[in-house]
Design a protein around this ligand. Structure first.
Ligand SMILES: [Fe+2]
Length: 468
């Protein structure tokens, strides 16, 4: 008997068996009596007999071949699995790379969250991915089939007994739990916290089943990596906002110190800044330039800190000597601000806002394009606000008069292209009729209130209401 195991594994439960004659059969009848295997013993004498050694060699060769084939198919299966894993890893790395590349501060957290969900939905074997914000007043986001909304995702976490909001949760057997039908039907869930240090922003939640494969540590760790990018981005955005607010707060404190000295010019810096910003916007300057023009408008008169109060607050007209002292304020402002690296781009607006287009201004007697566009814009906005605000020695001018003065002053005091834009803003703002502004307020304040919010999105920045 030659028996060959047909499987190479330990469980050789399938065996091929062959019966061979190993010597000539002389008496088939004897065999018939001895063994029930031979139905037709009489014909056995015709069967060729085999050499036992050769048979054994054959058996060993067949066994070796079967073993080799089995090993080959095992390797092929492993290779296939590895290729699948590599593809998944590649997709995951590509996704993490894309997220890390795009997670710039300029990209809003909402946009990054939505982009993250889209990418996760392509990779994870689930029909829905949700970003659940910790704060219920913030938007939560979802991608894919709407199995559960954000509120239900929160409830599901609680229903699964996830007491810690900061823990990772993986459950593939929601059907087996005693849960409300809407949760049990979901089938599978992974929830990971979006966490940076002690700050918990929300959770990334994957829901439902797309294939027979259970969700596990591979999916959970990918989601944790993604959640970490989201949390870092959100923290950075918050830090950046805080720094920006602090910066703008310091700038405002500086300008307020000036404005507070002279009750007649209170709020002047903010109004000039907002009007300058609006002009820059209408002229089509890039956004970063618009912001710089705004800052420059805020800071343009900061040098008045160095002007004696007796001159700054003098109710009447200034003598020549007093005027000469007053004219130092652009250079004083320039000197105050120039050590601050971040303020370098706005210095020209501070130094040159009293230059005239025809070269008759101060402090450097620049003319035309020698004066930066920023300074030409701030100059026009500054003049408009000054003329539209009353002084002890002269009444507030009517808007018509101011517009005429500015038209006449084109190419002399002001840049014509800037004045044209400023006048178009004034003409389009139906100030008197559309705004409910306290009587006696300056034209500029009305116009600027009509113009809308300032740049920088600072919570302190927008409201001009408390001004006189
Ligand atoms: Fe000034």
């Amino acid at each position: 008997v030659l028996a060959i195991p047909l499987r190479a594994s330990n469980r050789s439960d399938l065996i091929a068996v062959g019966i061979f004659a190993v010597q000539p059969i002389t008496e088939p009848a004897d065999l018939e009596q001895e063994s029930p295997w031979f139905d037709d013993a009489k014909s056995l004498h015709q069967v060729p007999y085999c050499d036992p050694k050769l048979l054994l060699q054959l058996g060993e060769a067949v066994t070796a071949t079967i073993y080799e084939r089995a090993q080959l198919s095992i390797r092929e299966a492993e290779l296939k699995q590895l290729a699948g894993q590599l593809t998944r890893n590649y997709e995951e790395i590509t996704m993490l790379h894309q997220l890390a590349r795009d997670a710039q501060i300029s990209l809003g957290t909402g946009s990054l969250q939505q982009m993250t969900l889209s990418l996760l939905a392509e990779i994870l074997p689930v029909p829905q991915v949700v970003y659940v914000s910790r704060r219920t007043d913030e938007n939560s986001r979802s991608q894919g089939e709407p199995l559960l909304d954000a509120g239900r995702c929160r409830e599901l976490r609680k229903a699964l007994g996830s007491n810690s909001q900061r823990s990772v949760l993986v459950d593939n057997h929601l059907m087996d739990r005693r849960l409300p039908a809407q949760f049990a039907g979901v089938g599978r869930v992974i929830s990971v916290p979006v966490l940076e240090g002690k700050d918990l922003f929300g959770w990334l939640v994957a829901l439902g089943r797309k294939s027979d494969r259970d969700l596990g540590s591979v999916e959970a760790s990918l989601m944790s990596a993604v959640a970490s990018i989201l949390a870092t981005h959100q923290t950075n955005v918050q830090l950046y906002r805080d720094i920006k607010d602090l910066f703008l707060g310091v700038v405002r404190a500086l300008t307020s110190a000036i404005d507070a000295k002279d009750p007649y010019t209170s709020g002047h810096s903010e109004r000039v800044a907002r009007l300058s910003y609006q002009i820059a916007q209408r002229m089509g300057l890039p956004e970063d330039q618009q912001n710089k023009v705004y800052l420059s408008g805020l800071l343009h008169d900061v040098g008045k800190i160095g002007i004696r109060d007796s001159i700054l607050l003098k109710p009447g007209r200034l003598t020549d000597e007093e005027m000469a002292h007053m004219k130092q304020h652009p250079c004083i402002g320039y000197d105050i601000l120039s050590p601050v690296r971040q303020l370098q781009p706005v210095l020209s607006g501070v130094r040159s806002h009293h230059e005239n287009f025809d070269g008759t201004g101060y402090p450097d007697g620049l003319r035309g394009d020698e004066i930066s566009l920023m300074a030409r814009i701030v100059s026009a906005a500054d003049s408009y606000d000054a003329m539209s605000s009353g002084r002890p020695y002269r009444p507030t001018l009517e808007q018509r008069e101011i517009m005429q003065i500015m038209r006449n002053g084109c190419d002399q005091q002001w840049d014509r292209s800037v004045v044209t834009v400023l006048l178009s803003i004034l003409e389009e703002s139906d100030v008197e009729e559309t705004l409910n502004v306290a009587p006696g307020a300056s034209h500029a304040r009305k116009v600027i209130n009509a113009i809308g919010p300032t740049p920088w999105q600072s919570s302190e920045a927008v409201n001009l209401a408390p001004l006189r």
